[in-house]
Write a protein that binds this ligand. Structure first.
Ligand code: PLP
Length: 457
């Protein structure tokens, strides 16, 4: 058999196809040639592997489809109908309208990021947000970096390089995404001294481990798992007393960075940043995009002297916060200053959403999908490695597809994911459920359209 290599169209032939010409108009000659060449390389490889050469039509169509998916903006917007407020796969905290505008504003033009407008000299990108963070948390000083993992790395590198850091065995854990406390410690040049047992660590355990080489006592808030039953945890205040007595720094990785009392909403008490600062901790670390409800950031608050050690460390430049996040974070913090966080910060609006509102919303959507939907009670979660095991009562729209559609509940969730406006839902007892808590205002019409479409297919 003659090889079908000869049947492969030339680059020129494809470029003269009407569909490919339109692509050239939309993008550029160079970009399209790149894609055509890559596709033809694949066809050649396919023939080597014994496949048939595709037709010119198929090739052109394939290239058009690939261009549309390859050269599209990313990430795409999706609707979070999972009821998981801080969904790591969906980018954690959505920003308030005001924070989004601040971010856009900083992105669009020039700003006084590092310019003192009064004196015309170089300023610090940290100064403005520092005074706000100090007001909100009671701390003496702050430093904002790229994310909390880098905040902890910077803190340990500046304080405990070539020293021992004492951590409870129950807290030398993996936080998520491969971020392991023992690894970060090693990376910072510190050595880990684990004390206590997985379930019980006492003050005397820490005390017995302090040596001349101890650089810090580190407490890590176990934010993504629960140890329950026969447990003992040393309070941060006790650690501070011990640290003061032995002149050893006390560092507190809080994870979430909660500024408000979660118990008000029927949740467990999440330790707040204010409590950590009030206990007298040298440095407290937390994320910008967990319960704080802002952009990705790592926030360090604490003692002035210690913070300035961090600010001068070479790593500080490597983990520097960017201007867009800084703008969004500042505006997020201003919601707390104004006492409007529950209304304005999406994460807190979701946490504090009245049950009646959730029920009314679920019923509204039920009317849209008719007898394929049923309103049932359910539970939302916080997610994002915050308040593990804690739930908030909610109302769900449970979808049934009359048994006629292929793929069952899994088929339906995948059609929802692949909708023009993707909807991410979860499955409960073989039914797809939609939780109104995490669907943002303004997404309702698109959600209903995606639901109807996916149910009808
Ligand atoms: C989430 C978390 C981190 C990592 O924070 P990022 O902002 O994701 O880098 C570190 N420590 C704890 C305890 C956490 O919960």
């Amino acid at each position: 058999m003659t090889t079908s290599y000869r049947n492969i169209p030339s680059v020129e032939k494809l470029l003269s196809d009407e569909r490919i010409c339109r692509l050239v108009d939309e993008y550029s000659h160079e970009a399209v040639v790149y894609l055509v060449r890559r596709r033809l390389d694949e066809v050649r490889q396919g023939i080597t592997d014994g496949e048939e050469s595709p037709s010119l039509d198929d090739l052109a169509e394939g290239i058009v489809t690939r261009a549309a998916s390859l050269w599209s903006p990313w990430p795409r917007s999706v609707i979070n109908a999972t009821g998981v407020i801080l969904h790591t796969n969906l980018g954690r905290a959505p920003l308030s309208r005001e924070s989004t505008e601040a971010l856009l504003n900083a992105a669009r033009g020039y700003t006084n990021l590092e310019l003192d407008l009064k004196d015309g000299v170089r300023g610090s990108r940290q100064a403005h947000i520092e005074s706000i963070l100090c007001q909100l948390t009671g701390a003496e000083a702050s430093l904002v970096v790229n994310n909390n993992a880098s905040a902890v790395l910077l803190g340990l590198s500046a304080i405990a390089n070539e020293k021992e850091v004492i951590v409870s065995r129950g807290e030398a854990v993996e936080i998520g995404g491969g971020f392991r406390i023992p690894d970060v410690l090693r990376q910072s040049g510190a050595t880990l001294t684990e004390v206590g047992t997985t379930n019980r660590t006492y003050l005397t355990d820490y005390k017995g481990a302090i040596t001349q080489d101890t650089g810090a006592l580190l407490k890590v808030h176990s934010s993504n798992f629960l140890i329950s039953g026969f447990t003992h945890d040393t309070a941060i205040g006790e650690l501070v007393e011990l640290g003061v007595r032995h002149q050893v720094s006390v560092l507190h990785d809080l994870g979430s960075g909660c500024l408000l009392e979660t118990a008000r909403f029927g949740l467990a008490h999440e330790p707040t940043v204010q409590e950590s600062v009030a206990a007298g901790v040298d440095l407290t670390f937390f994320s910008g995009d967990k319960l704080l409800g802002g952009p990705q950031a790592g926030i360090i608050v604490g003692k002035k002297e210690t913070i300035s050690l961090l600010a001068r460390h070479p790593l500080a430049r490597a983990v520097r916060i960017d201007k867009l996040s800084l703008a969004a974070l500042t505006t997020t913090l201003l919601h707390y200053i104004r006492g409007e966080a529950l209304d304005k910060v999406p994460v807190w609006r979701m946490v504090s959403m009245p049950i009646e509102e959730l029920e009314a919303t679920a019923h509204r959507w039920q009317k849209d999908v008719g007898d394929r939907g049923q309103v049932i009670r359910g539970l939302s979660t916080i997610g994002g490695g915050s308040l593990p095991g804690e739930t908030l009562p909610t109302w769900l729209l449970a979808l049934t597809q009359g048994g006629s559609l292929p793929g069952g509940a899994n088929g339906l969730t995948s059609r929802l994911r692949e909708a023009e406006m993707p909807v991410i839902a979860r499955i409960e007892e073989d039914r797809v459920v939609i939780d109104p808590r995490t669907v943002l205002p303004g997404e309702e019409d698109a959600l209903v359209a995606s639901l109807k479409n996916a149910l009808e297919k």
